[in-house]
Design a protein around this ligand. Structure first.
Ligand SMILES: [Zn+2]
Length: 195
């Protein structure tokens, strides 16, 4: 089983930072992705960061990398988690929206089972924090036409660790507890999915 962790965006992606500019999404997601991969490797799993580059790698190239593994190993032997931090609009102002959430592509796919595992891990590791859900289709995850979820052939989910436009959420994200929790959510979610 090949586990691929995609850190969202790059150093050169416009926006994608907190209103005060101190928090950069690409940097945080790379730290989380690296920690997730290190933990999974230490447990003996074949995990790697999909985008080792610091520059923004186009979504088409990310998808190409994922689907190349799917072709080589079979799509049921690859799993993808894309790591992001939510914003709440694009006005560069502080907002009150908060919480952890997970997206899959529309419709019921293996990605929905992966998302179920990630939600269970989030409920365990993010107690006292808001977990954003959408039960309109019978499961907790939100669904969206995200390119990386729609075009990849393997089970895939996209995690929003919290909100960088929210002061409290941001404070938690960068704290040692917040980092540890967000890493554990992704690691435990994947481990349950592949077990
Ligand atoms: Zn993002």
């Amino acid at each position: 089983m090949k586990i691929l962790i995609d850190p969202g965006h790059g150093r050169n992606t416009p926006g994608k930072c907190s209103p005060d500019g101190r928090f950069r999404e690409y940097q945080y997601t790379r730290e989380i992705a690296a920690a997730v991969v290190a933990r999974l490797q230490a447990l003996g799993h074949d995990a790697e960061v999909l985008v080792p580059e610091f520059e923004d790698i186009p979504l088409s190239e990310r998808v190409r990398r994922v689907n190349a593994w799917c072709r080589r190993l079979g799509k049921d032997h690859v799993v993808l988690v894309s790591v992001h931090v939510d914003a709440a609009g694009s006005d560069g102002q502080w907002h009150t929206a908060t919480g952890w959430s997970c997206y899959t592509s529309p419709g019921q796919t293996a990605g929905d089972r992966l998302a179920d595992c990630l939600y269970r891990a989030a409920e365990k590791h993010l107690q006292g924090h808001k977990i954003r859900t959408d039960y309109s289709d019978g499961d907790a995850d939100k669904e969206a036409e995200f390119y990386i979820l729609n075009r990849t052939k393997c089970p895939a989910a996209l995690v929003e660790c919290g909100f960088m436009y929210n002061r409290e959420s941001l404070q938690f994200l960068v704290s040692p507890d917040g980092r540890k929790a967000n890493v554990s959510v992704i690691v435990d979610g994947i481990l349950e999915f592949i077990s």
